[in-house]
Design a protein around this ligand. Structure first.
Ligand code: DC
Length: 234
C-alpha cells in the first residue's frame, strides 16, 4: 500500500464505466473512505417511486418531491458483513436502488437543483475530513472542484451495457440487453444535457479509457498517477 496524503479523489464519467468498482478498489488499496454519490440520487428516486411522487407515466410531482426531502434520512452504513450500504432511515435499500425502475427515473430526478443541493450537502459533510474517494458525474466540477486528483472514466458503449447487463443478471434479474443499452444512452444524454451541473470532464481531470483494462491495470495506472503527482517513491 502506498502512503497517500489526506486528499480527495474525484471519479466522474458516463454510466457503467466502472466508476464504483474502481473507486472501491482505490479505497481498499489506499485505505480511503468510498462515497457513492449516485446512490444518494438513487435513494431519493426510490423514495419518490415508493411514495407516488413519480406516477406510472414517469411524471415527477416537483412540489411533493421538494416537500419530501427535508424529512428524508438517507445515509451510508455498514451491514452485518461490514460492507458499506445505502440506508433510508433504518432500512437498507442497496438492492432496490439498483433496479431498472430506479435507473429509468434517476436522471430526471437528479436534474432538479434542489435535489442536487440536498445530495451535495450530504457529500460535503461526509467528505470534509479528506481521505475519500467519491464517484459521480459532477464531483470534480461542482461538488469538490478542489479535489487533488480528478479522473474522468470512459469506455466503449457496448462494453458498458454488457457490464451493466451482467451485473443485473448476477443479481437474479432478467433484463433485455437492448433495454439496458437504451437506458444507458438515455441517462448519458440527460446527465450531459441538464442545466444544473451537467456531466462533463473537469479541465484538470485525467482521462482513463478502461474498455480493455482490468481493475488491477487501473490500480497500477492510478498508483503511478498519485506517485508522480505527490513525488512518492515506493
Ligand atoms: O452512478 P449511478 O449510475 O449510480 O448514478 C445514478 C444517476 O444519478 C445518474 O444517472 C445521474 C445521477 N448522478 C448525478 O447526476 N450526479 C452524480 N454526482 C452522481 C449521479
Amino acid at each position: 500500500m502506498i502512503r497517500v496524503p489526506d486528499i480527495i479523489i474525484a471519479i466522474d464519467g458516463y454510466s457503467s464505466t466502472g466508476k464504483s468498482t474502481f473507486a472501491k478498489a482505490i479505497a481498499n488499496a489506499m485505505d480511503f473512505l468510498y462515497l457513492d454519490s449516485g446512490a444518494l440520487y438513487r435513494a431519493v428516486t426510490l423514495h419518490a417511486l415508493e411514495n407516488g411522487i413519480i406516477d406510472a407515466e414517469g411524471t415527477i410531482d416537483e412540489t411533493a418531491l421538494r416537500a419530501a426531502l427535508p424529512g428524508l434520512e438517507v445515509h451510508f452504513g455498514r451491514d452485518e458483513d461490514g460492507l458499506c450500504k445505502t440506508y433510508i432511515g433504518g432500512r437498507c435499500v442497496e438492492k432496490e436502488i439498483r433496479s431498472l425502475a430506479v435507473s429509468s427515473h434517476v436522471s430526471p430526478v437528479s436534474a432538479f437543483a434542489f435535489v442536487r443541493n440536498f445530495v451535495d450537502d450530504r457529500l460535503h459533510a461526509f467528505g470534509a475530513a479528506g481521505r475519500v474517494v467519491m464517484d459521480g458525474r459532477d464531483i470534480g466540477t461542482t461538488v469538490f472542484p478542489e479535489a487533488e486528483v480528478k479522473i474522468f472514466l470512459t469506455a466503449d458503449e457496448q462494453v458498458r451495457a454488457q457490464r451493466r447487463f451482467d451485473e443485473m443478471v448476477a443479481k437474479g434479474e432478467s433484463p433485455k440487453f437492448e433495454d439496458v443499452l437504451e437506458n444507458l444512452r438515455q441517462r448519458d444524454w440527460t446527465d450531459a444535457h441538464r442545466d444544473v451541473s451537467p456531466l462533463r470532464r473537469a479541465d484538470d481531470a485525467y482521462i482513463l479509457d478502461n474498455t480493455e483494462m482490468s481493475i488491477p491495470d487501473e490500480l497500477v495506472w492510478v498508483r503511478g498517477l498519485i506517485q508522480g503527482k505527490f513525488g512518492i517513491l515506493e
